[in-house]
Structure formats: C-alpha cells, structure tokens
Design a protein around this ligand. Structure first.
Ligand code: S3P
Length: 258
C-alpha cells in the first residue's frame, strides 16, 4: 500500500512538471508570435513543423509507447496552432473570388497551418440537399441555391475563428456581403482568366462555365462580377504565379495590417 502511495506521488509530480512545461511552452509560442509580428517575419513556417516531427521521431525511435507519445505531440502542436490563430484572428476569414481563384486550396492550407475549422459552403449545401451543385441548379434553379448560401452565411455568424470558403457567386448578393462582414474579414482572391481556365479545365462541377470553358467567356463573366467582388473585399490577393504558401503568407500579413 505504501508503495502505491509513493508511485502516485511520483505520478503527481510528473503531472506537475507536464503542466508547468505546457504553460511555459504556450507562453513561448505567444512570444514567438509577437516577435514575428514585430519583426515582419512570416508567421507561417511549415518547415518548422516538419523539423519538430523529425526531432520527435528520431527521439522516440526504439522507445516504448511511441504511438501514444506521437498522439500527445500531435495534440500539443494542434493546440499551439490554435493559440496562434486565436491570437491573430478573433473573427472568421471569408474567402471570396471567381471559380478557380483558389478559395478551396487556400482555405484547406490555412486550416492545416492554424488548425482552424473550414466551412466549404458548396460542400455543405450539396450535402444538406443530398445532391451536387449542378443538380441543385437543374432541379430548383439558381435562386434556390443563392438562398441556401445566404442562410448558411447567417448561420456562420455564431462561429469565430473559422475559414469560410464561399462559392464564387456568394458576394453578388448585397445581403450576403453584409452578412459575411458581421463577424468576418473578407479576402478576395484573384487570378487572370487564363489561370482560371487552367485550374478548372478538367473539373465538371461548375454549371455556370461547364459549356463555356474558354478564356473569353471566363473573362466576360469575371468582368461582370469585378465591381461586386472588389466592393466586398477587405483585402485583395493576386494569386497568379504564386505558391500556396506565398499566398497564405501574404494573406496573413495583410490581415494583420488591416
Ligand atoms: C458559382 C461558383 C461555384 C458554385 C456554383 C456557382 C458561381 O463555386 O457555388 O457553381 O456563381 O461563381 P466555386 O467558386 O467554389 O467554384
């Protein structure tokens, strides 16, 4: 019995050490963020994460309970990303832009780097309706789809710190722009018609361009929408010729300055 009590005391000491270490770790994470902000160093440095992973797998090689330790570390790193995200963004990030501008790609990258929840509007609407976007257009018409978009944006106002990837037509309704701005900063991603064509040419999920996949049509539709997109945007990021990481770094940088 006495031995059991002693072991429990040892365990309690371990927990104390772990807790203090976690508190210290989180404080350092915040200090690093502040340092990067003050010195104009990009906040997103995915190569750092790769290095920590390498260090961990080297350090636990040959040791017991590797899977469990890895799980704990994954959680620590995810939480540390969330701490960073909450410190920088106390609002939703709303990505808008033409079809193929990169909203889905950028939202997914941002969500991995900051452990933020993604709201992919098209995907959620399609799932709720139990059919593809093309089938929704065909069965109920575009207005029905646009109403579903408005309702989803209103629903998102109860959330904070999520990345909302809007369908390309969302900012065309004035009401939608008002709703997304209530608790979100709006980021417009742009790309030249040539870039858009290259990105969407093999995809068949977009009814509005399915039968007109050419630079002229895309350019004209883009021009018709340009004013509304620009008016809705808090910040604008040109995506042509840039890597996903470059775009995300620019986006975070501009959001911090906004
Ligand atoms: C649309 C864009 C699509 C989808 C629907 C209508 C639009 O989303 O919502 O086909 O009006 O621009 P993506 O921009 O994600 O392709």
């Amino acid at each position: 019995m006495e031995q059991l009590e002693l072991l429990r005391e040892d365990l309690a000491q371990c927990d104390e050490i772990l807790l203090n270490t976690l508190l210290m770790r989180n404080r350092i994470v915040e200090q690093i963020m502040a340092y990067k902000e003050a010195n104009n160093i990009p906040i997103l440095q995915p190569q750092r994460e790769a290095r920590i992973e390498k260090w961990l797998s080297d350090s636990i090689a040959g040791k017991k309970h590797q899977k469990e330790i890895k799980e704990v570390y994954d959680t620590i790193l995810r939480c540390s990303k969330q701490i960073q995200a909450r410190k920088i963004f106390d609002y939703n990030i709303v990505l808008i832009g033409f079809m193929g501008a990169g909203k889905t790609t950028i939202s997914s990258f941002l969500s991995t780097l900051f452990a933020m929840e993604i709201v992919e509007m098209d995907e959620i609407i399609a799932k709720r309706e139990g059919m593809s976007i093309s089938d929704i257009f065909e069965t109920y018409g575009e207005e029905y789809f646009r109403d579903a978009e408005t309702n989803l944006l209103i629903e998102m106002q109860s959330k904070k710190n999520v990345v909302i990837s809007c369908g390309g037509g969302v900012p065309l309704r004035e009401r939608n722009v008002a709703e997304m701005k209530k608790n979100g900063k709006v980021v417009l991603l742009t790309a030249k018609p040539e870039t858009i064509l290259e990105r969407v040419k093999d995809d068949h999920s977009r009814p509005l361009i399915e039968n007109n996949k050419n630079v002229e049509f895309i350019g004209e539709l883009m021009e018709k929408r340009r004013e509304k997109y620009t008016a809705a945007a808090d910040i604008v990021i040109v995506t042509d010729g840039k890597s996903t990481l470059e775009i995300c770094n620019e986006l975070v940088d501009q959001l911090l300055k906004d």
